[in-house]
Ligand binder design. Structure first.
Ligand SMILES: Cc1cc2nc3c(=O)[nH]c(=O)nc-3n(C[C@H](O)[C@H](O)[C@H](O)COP(=O)(O)O)c2cc1C
Length: 166
């Protein structure tokens, strides 16, 4: 992997998040968990490149994100679609997903990520807030996406390192 500046990233962010999908990975007490995410964004906030991810309360990965200062977003190539589907349907509460996915766990600056990521964003949490029902201006969004009222928590995290495959 080689490090580049976030400003050098020439990937379409809509495609990267919405079509390629992300693996959100974090570590807690020496154990790593990961899950697939296809919602979020990347841009500038508080003067720096920042990633925004949205995690529902029941995700096991949420406990890892909440217990760590950092998490990573790995974007594997299409050849890893099976692993992405696995990480997006099985919970780390039931299985060791690192082993089950067949992906290769690595660390940089103590933060876990996957070697198979074509792009890897190392993110430092800055802000977390659960989406509040009363804040939705268009209530049809609640009907459509939150019939169980399991509102996402939004995390804004500074992108402190960007790695791409050589
Ligand atoms: C394509 C895809 C995208 C997903 N995007 C999100 C997301 O953005 N936020 C979220 O909370 N869950 C999302 N999920 C669901 C989690 O990945 C899934 O529930 C996973 O099994 C959680 O694992 P965990 O319990 O080990 O954290 C997505 C699933 C798939 C298949």
């Amino acid at each position: 992997m080689k490090e580049i500046s976030a400003f050098e990233l020439d990937k379409n962010v809509f495609e990267m998040i919405g079509k390629d999908w992300l693996l959100v990975t974090a570590e807690k007490d020496g154990r790593v968990n990961t899950m697939t995410a296809s919602w979020g964004s990347a841009g500038i906030m508080w003067g720096n490149p920042t990633a925004f991810i949205f995690i529902r309360p029941q995700r096991f990965t949420k406990t890892f994100i909440d217990n760590s200062e950092f998490f990573s977003l790995s974007v594997p190539g299409d050849e890893y679609r099976k692993a992405l589907n696995y990480c997006g349907t099985v919970s780390g509460r039931d299985e060791d997903k690192i082993q089950g996915s067949g992906l290769t766990l690595e660390h940089v600056d103590g933060v876990p990520y996957f070697k198979e990521g074509k792009i890897v964003l190392i993110c430092k949490k800055l802000f977390a807030q659960e989406l509040k029902e009363e804040s939705f201006l268009d209530k049809s969004v609640i009907d459509k996406w939150y019939p169980s009222k399991d509102f996402h928590t939004m995390y804004a995290a500074e992108i402190v390192k960007v790695l791409i495959q050589n």
